[in-house]
Design a binder for this molecule. Sequence first.
Ligand code: TYM
Length: 330
Amino acid sequence: MKRVLSGIQPTSESFHLGNYLGAVKQWVDLQKGHETYYAIVDLHALTGDVDPKLLRARTLASAAQLIAVGIDTEKSALFVQSHLPEHNQLGWIMECVASFGEASRMTQFKDKSSKGGADGARVGLFTYPMLQAADILLYQADLVPVGEDQRQHIEITRDLANRFNTRYGQVFTLPDAYILKEGAKIYDLQEPTNKMSKSASSASGVIELMDPPDVNLKKFKSAVTDTGKEVVFDEKNKPGISNLLTIHSAISGVKIKELENEFAGKGYGDFKMAVAEVVVEHLKPIREKALGLLEDETELIKILHDGASRAKVTANKTLTQTYKALGLVL
Ligand code: TYM
């Protein structure tokens, strides 16, 4: 069985629709026929400012949402990254394999560090991709389901794995990114040329899984549309409508071409209402289930510990092989 690993940062109380459609929905689908490992990557979340109370709450909220969308914790090892020191241990080794130059070329590091000034950027932000490589390589993952913005991180992971294998002997599986053709990049409803993001300047274009239905309905109603009035997919000239078509199609399963036919001759208003209804109806039971799970923190933490102990078996095996290959005395 092919192995799958992916991760999400607990940097918000709620996942947004981009996280869900770009990545997490595929996590659920890939449980069928694959050995799956899913991590809440809390150590990665330390590269920004940390509010300890919020970090704890967001970690548990992430677990609840993952179970609510359909991660089956009997099938998948669902765990918190910091529960497994193996991630840091292999992370250090990856830092010793990576060059300063290639780490400097990571676009996410360049973007994030330029926003707050490179001097004040955390060293952890710079070494972030090496910890991510460790997350993936520890489980010998074949596939890594992510959104488009993670492509470069999977590429550096492959490069590091390949370099290690060439120098020290075959240890790591080279992972492939699993990125959808449609939906790998969901855009902000108010600024449809920017990706939907936790760090958006305004929340009005970001659909949160944990928001009440009426809040999300309102956001769809006020979504920015484009000039003209035809509901057609044209990313260049109609980014707003194209994004809404992508969202509808990803959730309803109806092909974009069919949606164009269905809404031919109808206005943008009707179409926005239809998208709103499809999404809101889909998210309602997810939110309710997550809220229910959050009422029993002890049980949630137990599930995460159980996931960590299963993940540990695989992680430990890889770490031992890595240490042996490097000549570390065991
Ligand atoms: P994170 O926490 O920022 O996002 C989680 C997942 O959501 C996807 N995503 C999107 N997809 C489509 N449209 C969007 N607007 C959108 N915004 C976010 C991301 O691509 C991601 O798949 N570095 C990772 C976390 C990580 C990881 C890993 C991922 C750490 N270790 C190992 C995979 C494997 C991150 O910051 O994702």
